[in-house]
Design a protein around this ligand. Structure first.
Ligand code: NAP
Length: 253
């Protein structure tokens, strides 16, 4: 495979880190972006240990100018962009709709949804110039399921799914594929404090037909497939990976 370049936002930790490392193993040079520089540098070293070029770019993806500067840096230093993974997202917090502050809604939307728009818009010309380029948006099963206490999160992820589908249609004639991944409960820093309560951990586990929480590597496997030639005829797809949790159950009379 000729040298290809991927950028993973939120690539310093959790799902983003696992995707960045998997793509490095599959032959991509990988740029990672997040706010905290230390974890970012650590992931960059792990990418290099896999024999690929790495670039760590401290970035707040909630800032459109920062996203523009990020893409310029990646395309300048690594020579282009073949895969953009919009993965960055902040930890959700429980809040009933009527008690949530509107500023909180807007801030959360900017970090979880609009950031993907900022990065994809900034990367559009670079992606359209590259044969076989693709975008992956990391959504959530919350995009499809009622999620009490998480209205802002579920709505932001639903917006990401809609963005995926329409952009897929717009960019299909250019050969750029746009897909999304919708994970269920995955053990990462995002839910580490909630998981400290063993009864919460077990309650979630018991709802998952495959009998365990997901790992970041489970999700990375889907990303690895979506950017590969095996998914060459897939665009506008949303792949659910949740151990079967969102399957409905009919127990009968
Ligand atoms: P995580 O371990 O907390 O990692 C989040 C990543 O996003 C970190 O690298 C973080 O780094 C970065 N980030 C957060 N805000 C950012 C900002 N404003 N600018 C740039 N980077 C930012 O969380 P995760 O579980 O891997 O989540 C990754 C994605 O998967 C998120 O979009 C999340 O909604 C989605 N997801 C997760 C689950 C789950 O159960 N874990 C389920 C469904 C979907 P900094 O804080 O240093 O910036």
């Amino acid at each position: 495979m000729p040298d290809k370049v991927a950028l993973v936002t939120g690539g310093s930790k959790g799902i983003g880190r696992a995707i960045a490392l998997a793509l490095a193993e599959d032959g991509f040079d990988v740029a990672v972006a997040a706010r905290g520089p230390e974890a970012l540098e650590k992931t960059a070293r792990e990418i290099e240990e896999r024999g690929r070029q790495a670039l760590a770019v401290p970035t707040d993806v909630a800032d459109p100018e920062a996203c523009r500067a990020l893409i310029q840096r990646v395309t300048g230093d690594l020579g282009g962009l073949d895969v953009l993974v919009n993965n960055a997202g902040a930890a959700p917090f429980l809040s009933t709709f009527e008690s949530a502050r509107l500023q909180g809604w807007e801030k959360y939307f900017r970090t979880t949804f609009t950031s993907a728009v900022y990065c994809t818009h900034a990367a559009a010309q670079a992606l359209l110039a590259r044969e076989g380029a693709s975008v992956i948006n990391v959504a959530s099963v919350a995009a499809f399921l009622a999620s009490p206490g998480l209205t802002y999160y579920a709505a932001a992820k639903a917006a990401l799914v809609s963005f995926t589908q329409t952009l897929a249609r717009e960019w299909a004639p250019h050969g750029v594929r746009v897909n999304a991944i919708a994970p269920g409960f995955v053990e990462t820093d995002m839910n580490s404090s909630a998981r400290e309560d063993p009864s919460y951990h077990e309650m979630i586990r018991s709802q998952i037909p495959l009998g365990r929480w997901g790992t970041a590597e489970d999700v990375a496997g889907v990303a690895r497939f979506l950017v590969s030639d095996a998914a060459a005829w897939m665009t506008g797809s949303v792949i659910v990976i949740d151990g079967g949790q969102s399957l409905s159950v009919f127990s009968g009379p």
